[in-house]
Write a protein that binds this ligand. Structure first.
Ligand code: GDP
Ligand code: GDP
Length: 437
């Protein structure tokens, strides 16, 4: 399980520059459908063999750059509470500000690793700017230049020192892992209770690999399921649940660990921007996804067209998840709650799909024959062969003479041919193009 690292600090200290430096050195993964333009506030990173997720809390502020605004303060505090490690970025050019002292104080009160970097130290000559920061009483300060890379590798070694290595530890390797995500009051905890309440068999809580990650494990028709990150939901009183704020990091954490995300939407209210944002996170994660239009008992469906209307709205707003099935449910009455499982199974079976290189290339050859690749500088682009490199989600690598010349629409055509040939209509598929000359 990947640790989540939150970057905090005042506006303009260089958080997003640092974020980009740490996350950018990855293979660009091209999804088969264009995402809507969203501010990226999280990204996956790897240092040596350590994988982790980085969250830039700068993106949490909506339109307001005043670090003392209460909502920014709250969001930063929440991010600190939810992350596994925190990086406070200080401005080596601008100097210390009261907000920094405030954040340092907050970090002292939470029991998790905190790292302090002084950014904009663009070389050894500028280390003199560090003096002022030592006055803050922090034991280890990392001078870095997010822009130029100075000091980054020492910092990254320290940050990732205690992170687990690449291999995944999992108590139930065959279980289907389900995350329940959605905006506040959509009905997530009601739904979790309805799902677990429906299980007359034993439900056990299992500690996840990281603190506060408690999962609920159950068996249904001989299949193991894990509802991830359900810590305390079954015990907690309704009042405190309602007070619990929407936490992006919590949603990310459970999406990170799931095979299938149940994206819960309050159908009485219709599709909101926040629903679309959550859907966007699921898409970025590449997990399977199912939209649950919850509170269906409250929806006025006298003309029998409510489902059609909402599905149209949803498809319009979240085109990028057009493959995700839609189901109307009521956590309150239990209506169609059992049906969630047949959908989860169907999505999971595709998500876990594997194909041999031989079968895959038969499909690719046919597709290349039916619609030949376009010309590039007068020569036909050449596709050599393709192979599946991983599942969950199925990910293919295709070797091409000039990957950068392959137009998005042609790539999408190929992906859709694979979808059709193997009946993969309910999940994301990824295709990476690699150079071969
Ligand atoms: P954020 O608001 O904390 O996310 O800050 P940004 O990453 O947007 O950076 C704010 C400004 O500081 C930009 O103009 C960056 O170019 C600049 N900056 C960021 N990192 C460095 C650095 O390492 N050295 C210098 N000299 N400038 C930097
Ligand atoms: P969460 O914040 O997403 O966990 O949402 P909750 O599960 O706490 O539900 C928020 C409110 O919606 C509570 O008052 C629930 O009783 C109510 N609620 C949840 N699901 C349904 C449903 O299917 N129908 C109706 N009528 N109310 C629901």
């Amino acid at each position: 399980m990947k640790p989540i690292v939150a970057i905090v600090g005042r506006p303009n200290v260089g958080k997003s520059t640092l974020f980009n430096r740490i996350t950018r050195s990855r293979d660009a993964i091209v999804d088969d459908l264009p995402g809507v333009t969203r501010d990226r506030i999280f990204g996956d990173a790897r240092w040596n063999d350590k994988l982790f997720t980085l969250v830039d809390t700068g993106g949490f502020a909506e339109g307001d750059d005043d670090p003392f605004a209460p909502h920014i303060r709250r969001q930063v505090t929440q991010a600190i509470a939810d992350a596994d490690a925190v990086v406070l970025v200080l401005d080596g050019k601008g100097g210390v500000s009261p907000f920094d002292a405030d954040l340092i104080h907050t970090l002292r009160t939470v029991d998790k690793p905190a790292h302090f970097v002084v950014n904009k130290i663009d070389g050894e000559g500028q280390e003199k700017n560090m003096a002022e920061f030592y006055g803050l009483g922090i034991e280890t300060l990392f001078p870095v230049s997010a822009e130029h890379g100075y000091g980054i590798s020492d910092f990254m070694d320290a940050l990732t020192a205690t992170f687990p290595g690449d291999e995944e530890s999992d108590a139930h390797p065959d279980a289907i892992r389900i995350a329940v995500v959605g905006k506040p009051n959509a009905g997530k905890s009601s739904l979790i209770n309805a799902i677990l309440g429906e299980q007359r068999l034993v439900v056990s809580e299992m500690a996840g690999t990281t603190r506060d990650a408690i999962d609920s494990v159950f068996i249904r028709e001989n299949r193991h399921y894990v509802l991830v990150d359900t810590a305390g939901i079954r015990r907690k009183g309704k009042v405190s649940m309602r007070l619990e704020k929407f936490s992006i990091i919590k949603a990310l954490r459970s999406l990170e660990r799931c095979d299938v995300a149940l994206i819960v939407i309050d159908a009485e209210q219709g599709i909101s921007d926040q629903d679309v944002r959550v859907a966007g996170y699921a898409q970025d994660r590449g997990c399977g996804a199912i939209f649950l239009l919850n509170k269906w008992d409250l929806v006025d469906n006298r003309d029998g067209k409510a489902l059609r209307r909402m599905t149209d709205d949803l498809r319009m707003a979240a085109k990028f998840l057009s493959f995700a099935p839609v189901l109307t449910v009521s956590a309150l009455t239990g209506q169609r709650v059992p049906k969630i499982f047949s959908l989860v199974d169907a999505v999971y079976n595709q998500y876990d799909f594997r194909v041999t290189t031989g079968q895959l290339n038969k499909v690719m050859e046919k597709a290349l024959e039916r619609t030949p690749p376009p010309l590039h500088k007068g020569k036909r682009l050449k596709f050599y062969y393709a192979t599946q490199v991983s599942s969950k989600p199925p990910t293919f690598v295709s070797f091409v003479s000039f990957p950068e010349a392959v137009h998005f629409s042609y790539q999408r055509y190929l992906v859709n041919q694979i979808r059709d040939a193997f009946g993969l209509d309910k999940i994301p598929l990824r295709m990476l193009l690699r150079q071969r000359t």
